[in-house]
Design a protein around this ligand. Structure first.
Ligand SMILES: NC(=O)c1ccc[n+]([C@@H]2O[C@H](COP(=O)([O-])OP(=O)(O)OC[C@H]3O[C@@H](n4cnc5c(N)ncnc54)[C@H](OP(=O)(O)O)[C@@H]3O)[C@@H](O)[C@H]2O)c1
Length: 266
């Protein structure tokens, strides 16, 4: 499959690297575009794939175009993309908040459009990606995009109306978990542990807990109960977190992320 990444920065570059690693796209079939020639040169050397600054040259002949520019940059690149699209090429918006209708409005009538929100574990092909397609986008075009993101981790297909909520859970989600690990490191250090040891312990604990969850045999409530003896140490700690309003804080955080996605989309 030939894929152009217009805006191969942190996210677009990680997607490109993952697709190459997975063997989902051959280097010769990948075209990477950045705004600056020097970043393109670094990328080409790092990934061994063609990279440059010419949007039209990259888009011409691509079967899938991934738009990896910042949300505010999407409207600026659409005319160049539109001018070079081959019929049937699928255009995929990766930007938070930029709606399918806004993408379609900047592209030739009938262009298949899809939105994908993914997250930074895409770097290690452990992404959680959420895909929403316009009603008019044919199923084979959606399947083409889904195949790319399935190669990079787990994909969920949702209605576009839910994509901001999914962004709040999964797109931004790694940051919440990193914050929790940071807090565990700092609290462990406050209790006398060496910070590096506390960080290592928090990291492997998160990894082990995630693997238990991913095993799918038990839900998080059952897994938590299994660690929480009545009146034990975990019960004492969980009681403090509940009393501090952890659940309300998480709901408030997700609502703030959704509101921000709506603002970014304009
Ligand atoms: N980072 C994440 O975890 C994450 C997660 C989910 C979604 N997203 C979405 O991904 C998008 C990009 O985020 P990012 O963190 O990857 O940003 P980034 O690192 O700044 O990447 C943006 C890329 O776009 C390039 N670019 C800017 N204007 C361009 C133009 N006119 N033509 C071609 N390329 C252009 C930049 O080139 P130069 O490097 O040469 O300036 C850069 O390579 C955002 O819309 C964001 O909502 C990001």
């Amino acid at each position: 499959m030939s894929v152009a990444v217009v805006g191969a920065g942190n996210l677009g570059g990680a997607i490109a690297a993952g697709l190459l690693d997975a063997g989902a796209v051959a280097a010769a079939d990948l075209r990477l575009v950045t705004a600056h020639a020097d970043t393109a040169a670094v990328l080409a050397a790092r990934l061994g794939a063609p990279a440059g600054t010419d949007v039209a040259a990259a888009v011409a002949g691509a079967e899938v175009v991934l738009l990896g520019v910042k949300p505010a940059g999407v409207a600026g690149v659409l005319p160049e993309v539109a001018g070079a699209l081959a019929p049937g090429t699928v255009v995929v918006g990766l930007a938070a908040g930029v709606r399918l209708a806004a993408l379609a409005a900047g592209l030739p009538a009938g262009t298949p459009v899809v939105r994908v929100m993914t997250n930074t574990p895409v770097r290690i092909r452990a992404a959680t990606s959420i895909l929403a397609a316009a009603d008019a986008t044919p199923a084979p075009a959606v399947a083409r995009v889904r195949a790319l993101f399935d190669a990079l981790g787990t994909t969920h297909v949702l209605d576009e109306d839910l994509i901001d909520a999914a962004t709040a859970v999964a797109g931004s989600g790694p940051a919440y978990l990193f914050l929790l690990v940071e807090a565990l490191r700092d609290a462990g250090a406050a209790l006398g542990l060496d910070p590096a040891t506390a960080l290592a312990m928090a990291t492997t604990t998160m990894e082990g807990a995630a693997r238990l969850l991913a095993g799918g045999a038990e839900d998080p409530v059952a897994l938590r109960a299994a660690v929480t003896s009545p009146a034990g140490t975990t019960a004492a700690a969980i009681g403090v977190l509940e009393e501090a309003g952890l659940r309300d804080a998480v709901l408030g955080a997700l609502r703030a992320a959704v509101a921000r996605a709506e603002e970014l989309g304009g």
